[in-house]
Design a protein around this ligand. Structure first.
Ligand code: MCN
Length: 756
């Protein structure tokens, strides 16, 4: 905010060179010959490489997924013989400046033989290009459908979108003959190190990953990309530091994208709207390769496993598949899998309500899990640990004045205004540990986190953690936690910058795991340090350790504030033991490292309400009000939680109404700039009205649950339901995201003015 951050592009090393990639203009093409002589002749160029030079020193990224139904892919550092999506890197130029590298990139000429491209899900289905497939069935699905009074079916589609961090991807790499140091805005430095060690055939101890300030990640930067492998390999080949900063066009064309998929769903319900069973067939357009480390299973499996949402329904079957196309890989993006799951389920609830003659709020009342139902084993096998959705629903309905809103809507509709109200409830898996990743077969994602907390002799504390921060305020939150447990002032605790040479090993920041990880690792490490401070202070104060309290930088005997010693004094002694050693045979030092494996996932959630009005002239959807009640268990920093909600809801609005990566039939990207790819702006969303509910997690330390992705999960569903509500009387169905104004108008016009 103050311009004081140091992002990757702010960093430079002496003798540093710049890297630029030449990319495929075809979605699918054979590379017959690459001519690099002209590029080499451009002033300032140090090296030009193709797959021929990198093949021997950099192995492709080939993430694994345990279990049946998985077909591996290998994504080479530079396209090797064949390019499989428009934008895939085929050659790299290293030059004295980014401009020289970009000029030289243009001078590379490639002889291509274009090949037929599989550009759509339907083409991929016809060709049976399945790279991930899983089926699941729980309960008596067929029986429920046979006896159901209502069966409602619909097919929903979701376009592609881009995670779009303000700072695109990039890496600076330096090889000093022994160690490869990488400055990367990675969300997962430990995983990046492991992937590069394997790709470059180096021991992990010779790779160091430093995380500078990160200008947003949103899931994109949890992945390891071929460009990372290439940049690291180039530093090693040249024995000079190199840096690559992605251009926005490259980010739109060649970074992983998100969401694209289709879900055909059927719901069986009783006449009173009680849900009995769900059947879902989910297909996902995975692009050309599995993204490392999550694989193409991430999106369709995530959708399948969360689709039943916070509702009491025990019979569910799904068939979920990822299909390979000639597009960039589908990867992680805030709310991955769950956004589509919530969109489908919440649209379906409104459709069932319509058939059952119920108000959308009423059908949810009849089906939401009551608080007493927790812990609840969902039909997908996940255990929801805690929640109180009926209360959250009533709280948000009261906050918006739902009954009054409906009355006003009826009056407005009578005058021709297109006003709609949409409700969406979702539950969200957060804070996942190794069990969930093993159950999914995700072998490349360890699932653990770790933290070291150390108190120095001046009484200040440092904390270093395995999970970096990309804008969620971990520095503040961790400092809060550690300061609280050590009885120090907030400004006396510092989160150290991420650096794998100093920080303990873990998995990373994704899947809203940060807060759970903080409590389980940094909180627990601070507790161990606090225990040692109390033990050392107890000896000094001639009291029992159990009677020593830590506050205001001092250890004092409970009830006797004057009988105290400063934490700094205890720390000095811990690092410089007196003659005879520390009391009680304590080891020197005042630091602890704790590794933590979150016990399962913890389920947070929210109820969102959107009020929209559609301009009948332009089809523009205006979001007039946006309210929600969020439950992320015990909150650590409510201000950050609300900031996260603002950002996430805004991204969800983009997904609902604006953002669409469009390819033509030959797999050519049509939305290659921000002139064509529309992201939300400040005036697209009113200030969200936020309420909180806290049902602490019984399984996570401190009762916390994650929430960083939540808004993105709830907003598309709530907005889609609101638009559907506004347009229903015109016969317009909302079954696809994003909802484009022109398509709304077209469909309304077709209905109002049917062809003769
Ligand atoms: N928090 C809290 N109490 C809770 C839960 C959360 O105080 N019970 C606060 C904490 O201050 C914490 C923050 O909310 O720092 C987010 O916590 P959590 O929900 O655990 O999520 P993570 O820290 O794991 O962050 C990841 C999540 C994800 S998966 C994406 S994607 C995402 C996001 O958060 N990307 C972001 N938020 C982002 N925000 C920014 N600015 N930039 C991104 O790239």
């Amino acid at each position: 905010m103050r311009g004081g951050g140091r992002y990757l592009d702010d960093l430079a090393l002496p003798k540093m060179l710049s890297v630029s990639f030449a990319r495929s203009p075809h979605a699918h093409a054979r590379i017959d010959r690459i001519e690099t002589a002209a590029a080499r002749a451009v002033p300032g160029v140090a090296l030009v490489v193709t797959a021929a030079e990198l093949r021997a020193v950099a192995k492709p990224l080939a993430p694994r997924l345990d279990g049946a139904g998985f077909t591996a892919t290998a994504w080479p550092a530079l396209a090797d013989g064949t390019a499989r999506f428009c934008g895939e890197a085929v050659a790299a130029v290293v030059a004295s400046s980014a401009q020289a590298a970009a000029d030289a990139r243009e001078a590379i000429s490639v002889d291509w033989t274009p090949l037929p491209a599989v550009a759509t899900l339907d083409q991929a289905l016809a060709a049976d290009r399945v790279i991930f497939h899983r089926r699941h069935r729980a309960g008596d699905v067929d029986g429920a459908f046979a006896r159901a009074a209502l069966v409602v079916g619909e097919t929903f589609a979701h376009g592609r979108c881009a995670p779009m961090p303000m700072e695109p991807r990039g890496m600076m790499a330096d090889w000093d003959g022994e160690t490869l140091t990488l400055w990367s805005p990675s969300q997962c430095p430990s995983l990046l190190r492991t992937a590069l060690a394997a790709a470059l055939d180096l021991p992990e101890m010779r790779i160091r990953v430093v995380t500078p300030d990160v200008g947003g990640g949103f899931g994109l930067k949890m992945q390891v990309f071929p460009e990372d492998v290439a940049v690291a390999a180039l530093a090693r080949m040249l024995q000079r530091p190199v840096k690559w900063i992605e251009e926005r066009r490259e980010n739109l064309a060649a970074a992983s994208q998100a969401r694209e998929g289709r879900t055909a769903v059927e719901i069986a319900a009783a006449a009173d709207g009680t849900l009995l069973a769900i059947r879902a067939r989910i297909v996902s357009d995975a692009g050309a390769y599995h993204a490392y480390p999550t694989t193409a299973a991430l999106e369709p499996l995530g959708t399948a496993s969360i689709l039943p949402g916070p509702y009491r329904v025990s019979a569910y079957e799904y068939d979920t598949r990822a299909l390979a196309t000639h597009k960039p890989p589908l990867g992680a993006y805030r709310g991955v899998g769950m956004t589509l799951g919530a969109f489908v389920m919440e649209r379906m609830l409104d459709l069932v309500a319509e058939r059952a003659g119920l108000d959308p709020a009423e059908i949810r009342r009849r089906n939401l899990l009551p608080r007493e139902a927790y812990p609840f084993k969902s039909a997908t096998g996940l255990t929801y640990d805690s929640g109180d959705f009926p209360k959250a629903l009533e709280q948000v309905l009261a906050a918006v004045g739902y009954e009054e809103l409906r009355r006003t809507q009826a009056q407005q509709r009578a005058t021709g205004r297109l006003v709609g109200i949409g409700i969406a409830c979702y539950t969200e898996y957060t804070g996942m540990g190794s069990t969930i990743f093993r159950l999914r077969g995700m072998t490349e994602v360890p699932g653990i986190e770790a933290a070291t907390v150390a108190v120095d002799p001046d009484g200040t504390a440092r904390c270093s953690v395995s999970f970096p921060t990309q804008g969620q305020g971990h520095g503040t939150t961790i400092a809060q936690l550690v300061a609280d447990r050590l009885g120090l002032a907030l400004e006396h605790v510092r989160l150290e910058p991420g650096d794998t040479s100093r920080s303990p090993r873990g998995s990373g920041t994704f899947g809203s795991r940060g807060t759970v990880a903080m409590l389980g690792s940094a909180g627990a490490a601070a507790d161990l340090v606090a225990e040692k401070i109390r033990a050392l202070a107890a000896d000094r104060l001639e009291a029992s350790a159990a009677d020593v309290v830590l506050a205001a930088g001092r250890a004092a005997v409970r009830g006797f504030p004057d009988r105290a010693v400063s934490v700094a004094e205890i720390a000095r002694v811990a690092y410089a033991p007196p003659l005879g050693g520390l009391p009680g045979g304590q080891t020197p030092g005042l630091a602890a490292t704790v590794f933590f494996d979150p016990p399962g996932a913890t389920f947070s959630g929210a109820v969102h309400v959107a009020v929209v009005e559609i301009d009948p002239e332009t089809g523009r959807v205006g979001v007039e009000r946006y309210a929600l009640v969020e439950d992320c268990g015990t909150m650590i920093n409510p201000m950050i939680v609300e900031g996260q909600i603002h950002g996430a809801v805004t991204q969800g609005l983009g997904e609902a109404l604006l953002e669409d990566i469009v390819y033509d039939d030959s797999g050519q990207l049509l939305t290659a700039t921000l002139m064509d790819y529309a992201v939300p702006r400040a005036d697209d969303l009113p200030e969200p009205e936020i309420g909180h509910l806290e049902t602490p997690s019984p399984i996570m330390p401190g009762g916390v649950k994650g929430m960083g992705e939540g808004g993105t999960i709830g907003a598309p569903a709530a907005i889609a339901n609101a638009v559907a509500d506004a347009m229903r009387h015109l016969g317009v169905r909302i079954t696809a995201l994003p909802i484009r104004p022109e398509s709304l108008l077209r469909r309304a016009a077709a209905r109002l003015d049917p062809p003769s």
